[in-house]
Ligand binder design. Sequence first.
Ligand SMILES: *Cc1c(COP(=O)(O)O)cnc(C)c1O
Length: 409
Amino acid sequence: MKDPHNKALGIGTRLVGAGRRSAWTGTADHPGAVVNPPVYRASTHLYPDMAALRAHPANVDGLFYYGRRGAPTQWALAEALTALEPGAEGTVLYPSGVAAIMGALLAVLRPGDVLLMTDNAYEPSRAMGRGLLRDFGVETRWFDPLDAAAFEAAICPRTKAVLLESPGSLTMEVCDVPAFAALAHAHGLTVLLDNTWASPLGFPALQMGADIAVMSLTKHVGGHSDAMMGSASAGPAWHRRLRLRAQGLGQVTSPDDASLMLRGLRTMALRLAQETASALAIAEWLSARPEVARVLCPMLQGSPGHALWQRDFSGGCGLFSFVLKGGTSAARDALIDALKLFGIGFSWGGFESLATPVDPAAIRTASVWPLPGADPDDRFAVRLSIGLEDPADLIADLERGLAVWGAAA
Ligand SMILES: *Cc1c(COP(=O)(O)O)cnc(C)c1O
């Protein structure tokens, strides 16, 4: 493909061609000789002579220099992710999603700054506010992602940045990102968005107002539960600072893992479309069950956040939660234990389905659980990551789980 970064091409077409520069998939004699960039395992990069070493430009991406700056395998992945993110000049890779979030925050914040963080942020992001950021003199304050007025009121002269995540972890509230970003920019804040759930395929983060779009590639991009990585994409100003901070922190990613991520990326649109369709079918089925009080799936009509999701998103994924009617924690454990097709484990976005218990009350500080208007007894929730199994089989499995729950509740 001659120009995989042409934004007029469809997303599937761009996913196939992105990052496959012929110089990275072949030799000078035979550019583009193979389909995928080889795995360049390299710490030392060699120079032909001293003149070449002395002439090498410092701090330029995409040129052999030293292993910490990566080699074609990592460059191809970063370039592919940039091609998928409208408005991005570049992408920095990190060894995990958590490293990407912290790397981006450390590029933006200084001692004495205040960070505003959405109350439904991924729990390890919240832990950064209580831990490392606090230790380095940054204060974190949390806000309700559904209350723009409270968000604006929380901005003070020391507020430097806001970390959004939409839909938020566990409870899936959809935040009005364009509105929050406009408010933030009016007060001079930098907007970071954890866009792991939608990826740029479902939500063009920078176009929607984010200055820095962060993703855990561990989830949808990898897609096979066998590698971890993170990314931060941004326009020219922030990309430069992200790179410098990542290099200062010594962040490197392995070429083997970058190769796995590139492999996952090629099929990502297909997997997301299938997982979205299956999740929607399962969410619909769950919403009609007497044991279920509420389904928290923005893609589902009638679910909280659906109107905003329809307005702003062009795709979904397989991750959503549901709240059980009454019951006990032990009954919920029995439900999850009864499932034969769902693994019990963290992470999501893999080809295999997972189920985990959700207990937001233990985590949240600025919003309430159970959700506003909900019966206070309806507080035991389950998060599902729907994979590529046949949805009818997953529904039969959940039916078995709900029967066990009904008997135990
Ligand atoms: C998993 C996850 C992360 C962290 O990614 P890792 O690669 O596991 O470090 C960040 N944000 C969200 C929303 C996640 O679900």
